[in-house]
Design a protein around this ligand. Sequence first.
Ligand code: SF4
Length: 719
Amino acid sequence: ATGPGRTPRKVATHCPYCALQCGMTLREEAGRATVLPRQFPTNRGGLCQKGWTAAELLDHPERLTTPLLRDPAGELRPASWAAALDRIVTGLRAVQQGHGRDAVAVFGGGGLTNEKAYALGKFARVALRTRHIDYNGRFCMSSAAAAGMRAFGIDRGLPFPLADLGRADTLLLVGANPAETMPPLVRWLTEQRERGGRLIVVDPRVTATARQADLHLQPLPGTDLAVANALLHIALTEGWVDREYVAARTTGFEAVRRSVAGWWPARAEALSGAPVADLEATARALGTAERVIILTARGAEQHAKGVDTVTAFVNLALALGLPGRPGSGYGCLTGQGNGQGGREHGQKADQLPGYRRIDDPAAREHVAGVWGVPADELPGPGVPAYELLDSLGTPAGPKALLVFGSNPVVSAPRAARIEGRLRDLDLLVVADFLLSETAALADVVLPTAQWAEEDGTMTNLEGRVLRRRALRPPPPGVRTDLEILADLTARLKVQGRAPSYTENDRKVPFLAPPGRGGADASDPRVVFAELRRASAGGIADYAGVSWERIDERDGVFWPCPAEDGPDTPRLFADRFATPDGRARFHAVEHRPAAEEVCAEYPLHFTTGRVLAQYQSGTQTRRVAALRRAAPEAFVELHPDLAARLGVDDGEPVRVVSRRGEFSAPARLSTAIRPDTVFAPFHWGGAARANSVTNDAVDPVSGMPEFKICAVRLERVDEP
Ligand code: SF4
C-alpha cells in the first residue's frame, strides 16, 4: 500500500505499447502512478510521448470496472461477473450445440503477454475445441514472418541485438518510419551516422525518418519488390554478390539470378519512379560496405504480395552475404508490443506453442502431451484473421466470437464490412479495459486489468524475453485475462478432464480458477512454466527461460533450450534453421497491386501511423497529452493535387474507394507524392481510414493490402 507518509512503490517494467518495449520505472505515491525513465539496452533511458504518458490510463475515468451486458432494449448495462460469465457460457454452449464446435471463434492480439497468448490458444483448442483462433498480428508482421520462415527456417524480427544498428556502415530501411513509430530507436540511427555510416530510406512519403537519411528513395506504393530486384540486378552486374557465401550457405540462387536479370534499373525506375542514379547509389552503398543491415517494416509488408516483397529484400541480403555476418543481416521491425511473442505461442490459426505447425503430427503429439489431451482431439488449422472475420455470422461461419486485446472495427481492412459481420453474430464477447469501437458492439464486455496491474512476459522485436511487473493490483471489479479464461474454462466444465499444470509435482486442473485447489492457473508464473514445456524443442524454444533468469539480466533471447545453457542474441552465425542449415533463395516477381488506379478512382491511397497515437487508438486517443498532440485524423495530400481539386489546407475532404469512404481535414504537404494520398488509421467513426482499404490478402501470410488501394478525393461540400 502507498499513501501519504508511506514509501513510494517502484517497479522496473516496460512500456505497454510498441515492440521496442522500452524499459521504464513505474512509481506510485499517494495512489498516483507516474513513469520514470530507466536504462535498458533498447531505449537507453529514452521514451516517446506515448511511453511517458502510459500511466494516465490506469486511473482514467472511462476505464471499465464492471462487466456490461446488452439488455433486451439493446443497451449495455452493468452486470455482475457471475451474470456475465453465465451469459457467455450459455451462449457458447447454444452456438456449439446448434452449429458445431467451430461455430465459436477466438480473436487475440499482438499486445497480449506470452502467458495470455499461450492460454488463449490452449483455451480455444482444449476448452472450446474450435479450430477458429487467430489474432491481429496477421495485420502487422505476418508477411515478414512467413518470408523469414521460408528463407531462414525461423521467424525472429531481428536476428541480432538492436545495438548492431548503431555499428552498421550502411543501413537500409524499407517501409519503416521509426522516428514516428518507435522514436528511441532513432538514437541508434544517429549513432550509426555519427560513426560515418549511411542511412538509406525507401518510403513513398518524406517521413520524419526519411528526412534524416543520406538518401531517400520515394517509390510508388506497391513497387518495393521491383526496387529490391533492381538492387540485386545491379549488385550482380557490378560483382558485389558474395559468391563464396552463396555457395557455402544458401540454396536456390540460380533461379533468383535468372529472375532479376530483367530488372534493369531503368525498368525499375519506370515502374517505381525511383531514379536509376539513386538505385545505383543504394546498391553501391549496400554492395561495397563491410557491415550492412537491411530492415523492412509495414510499408513493405502490408501488401497482397507482402511475403514476396520481403523475400526480395531477403534475397538481396543473402546475395550480399549479410545474414549471420557480424554487424550485418536482414531484420523486420516488429510493430505491436508483443508482436514477436504473440505469434509464437499458439494464438495463430496454423500454429501451436513453440512456433510449431499445427498440422505437424510430432508437434501435435508433443503439445497434446503437455496439455494432457489426446493429440487427435486437437483441432486442425483455422483460417487467417481477415478470412475469419469476414466469415463471422455467415451461414458457414462462426456464430460467436470472443475478442481479447483487439479492436478490429477500426483496425481491420474494409472495416465497415467487418463491423457488419460482428453485428450479425449470435454472441460477441469483448475483454478490454476501455470501451473500444468493437466492445461497443458486444453482447458482453469484460473489464480487464492493465499492464501495470499484472505480471507477465513480453518478447520484444529482438526476440528478447522481458518481464512485465505489476505495480499494483487491478481495481475492484476488474479481472485479468488469465482469470477470465480460467473461470470460463471451469464454467464450461472441462476442468478435471485434462489435468495439465504441474507444479511441485501436484497435478492441477486445466486452467483452474483461483482458489479451487492446486496451482493457480490464473497465475502467469504457472502458465509460463507450462509454456516453457510446451515450447521445448520448437522453433521458439523458451525451455531455458525462467523469470529469475530474466530478472538477473536484461532479458533472455530465444531460442534458449536449457536453463543452464546459453541464450541466442545472434542467429545464423554457423547455420540457418533449415534441415540442411542453408538459407533458401526464392525467385519472386513483381506484380501489380490488387487494385490499380483508374478514371473513377485515380489516386493511390496508403495508411500509416503518427507519433502520438498507437494502433486503433483505443488507449492513446484517451490520453490528454496525446490527444492534444494528434487530436484528429487527417488526409495528407500534395499541394499540387489540392490545387487541382480546389481543396484548402484544413478543409474536410472525403476519401472514397470501391469499399467505402471516410472524411477528415486535408493536410497539405510536399512530403507525399502528388499521385498518392495518406491517412493514419488510428481513428474510428467517420474518420476511419480502414473503411476504404482493400481486403485483398497475401496468399501465403493472409496479410491484407493496407498499404495501397485506389481512391478518389472529394470535397465534403460536394454531393
Ligand atoms: Fe513505448 Fe514504443 Fe514509445 Fe518505447 S517507443 S516508449 S515502447 S511506444
